[in-house]
Design a protein around this ligand. Structure first.
Ligand SMILES: [Zn+2]
Ligand SMILES: [Zn+2]
Length: 442
């Protein structure tokens, strides 16, 4: 069965659950923007008044074309411009979403059409959800997997959050636009996609250690697409249409796996914590951070390196996690409180996991299962390098100090158990931090 046949359906999965696929249409083809009015008639509730949400750049790239396409079909189209920050593009946070919601209230649209990638898509999804309006997205870059997800990952009061909203009714993209997006965005999408190997390993780990719900279909959802962009990663760097199209579709279905499960578990594990932590550190210090997927790519190398060291242990001698979060790092009181709450929740759930790990048969089985999922750090590193993605701390604009701070505090920000926590329990962190940086990120 083709994945596309699942769009807009509910289906009984081998995992025992009925999964719902809320996105009714996925169009990656030349002429997608021209087909927009017809798609709105069929899948967008036949909206008559549409708000087109874009920033100055995506408005130029595709926003005007979208508006012309809508108006030519007699659909009213009003532009809502997402404001830039001083000297930087827009950010998905609680302040900016208000700057989108207010003009939307004035427009009173039947449908929100987001034109953009990560930040614009997230802001539109969040704002539309707050107003109870459906939305669809015309994507401008294959830079991340959030198009098809129901979640938004904003910064609220300086803390990276995950907010449940609603998935779009349709995801559209013009291949010509996706292929011409900046190379660093394409490389970011590549990083976010290959992270799935490591996040699935974390999922399998939690399945065996704490009985976390696991779905083989969601875990393997992009396996059939992988050859398109992984067989020759330089095809991404060279913007070959088949590879870029494969990557875009893989991003769509990876995001969908999160929507099907109702959590970020299928596509976000310890490797993502590295990027989230870098974002939070940058926010606290008033500095810039790189694109999500570029940071996630390096996080994926780190995760793979942790797996490699942990799986080499015959019988780990467990240490305690550090007792508390670092208040000097999380210096803003609201951030410190939110991080501490997550960390305490994790600490409270740790005992049964520790109990499992020290059983010889459980550990042996776990090592076998995880070895089958996790990639080697050399493999991930080579994929990233061949695809033209970031492979070092300099590439993502980070000092050694900032990288090491992220590496040593990324386990604090979320309650879910990941490979990073296991590395602390096994004594690989903090001991190997400098070594890992020298070997994989320098
Ligand atoms: Zn399932
Ligand atoms: Zn991601």
């Amino acid at each position: 069965m083709e994945l596309s046949e699942l769009l807009g359906t509910s289906f009984a999965c081998d995992c025992g659950r009925v999964h719902h696929v809320p996105v009714r249409r996925f169009v990656y083809e030349h002429g997608a923007v021209d087909a927009l009015p017809q798609i709105i008639r069929q899948d967008g509730g036949n909206a008559r008044r549409v708000a087109v949400v874009a920033d100055v750049r995506t408005g130029d790239i595709c926003g005007r074309r979208v508006e012309e396409s809508l108006r030519s079909a007699g659909i009213e189209a009003a532009r809502v411009l997402v404001p830039d920050r001083p000297h930087a593009g827009p950010m998905c946070d609680d302040v900016t979403v208000t700057a989108v919601v207010e003009p939307l209230r004035g427009v009173r649209p039947d449908l929100v059409v987001a034109v953009g990638s990560g930040v614009i898509n997230d802001l539109s999804k969040w704002a539309a959800f707050q107003l109870g309006i459906p939305y669809l997205v015309v994507a401008t870059a294959a830079s991340m997997n959030g198009y098809s997800s129901a979640n938004v990952a904003p910064t609220v009061g300086g803390v990276k959050r995950l907010i449940e909203a609603r998935a779009p009714v349709a995801v559209l993209a013009e291949p010509g636009i996706i292929e011409q997006a900046p190379a660093r965005m394409l490389a970011a999408g590549f990083g976010d996609t290959i992270a799935k190997h490591q996040s699935t390993a974390d999922w399998v780990m939690n399945r065996w250690l704490s009985g976390e719900y696991y779905c083989g279909f969601c875990a393997g959802i992009v396996a059939r697409l992988e050859p398109l962009y992984l067989a020759h990663p330089e095809d991404i760097r060279d913007r070959r249409p088949e590879a870029v199209g494969g990557l875009f579709e893989a991003l769509f279905w990876t995001g969908m796996a999160m929507t099907l499960m109702g959590t970020s578990v299928p596509a976000s594990g310890g490797e993502h914590l590295f990027s989230h932590t870098l974002d939070m550190i940058a926010e606290i210090r008033g500095e810039r951070h790189d694109l999500h997927g570029r940071q996630v790519g390096l996080g994926t190398v780190l995760s793979a390196a942790l797996y490699q060291r942990i799986l080499a242990l015959d019988s780990p001698v467990l240490k305690p996690l550090p007792p508390a979060v670092d208040d000097r790092l999380w210096s803003a009181p609201s951030v410190a409180a939110a991080v501490a709450e997550q960390y305490q929740a994790k600490q409270q759930r740790l005992e049964p996991i520790r109990h499992q790990i020290v059983q010889r048969d459980v550990w042996d089985r776990l090592r076998t299962e995880l070895a089958a999922e996790a990639k080697s750090p050399a493999t991930i590193h080579t994929w990233l390098k061949r695809a033209g993605a970031a492979v070092s701390m300099v590439d993502i604009g980070c000092s050694r100090e900032r990288i090491k701070t992220a590496l040593l505090h990324m386990h604090e920000i979320r309650k879910r158990f990941t490979i990073v926590d296991l590395a602390w329990l096994c004594g690989i962190l903090p001991a190997a931090a400098d070594d890992l940086i020298d070997q994989w990120l320098a």
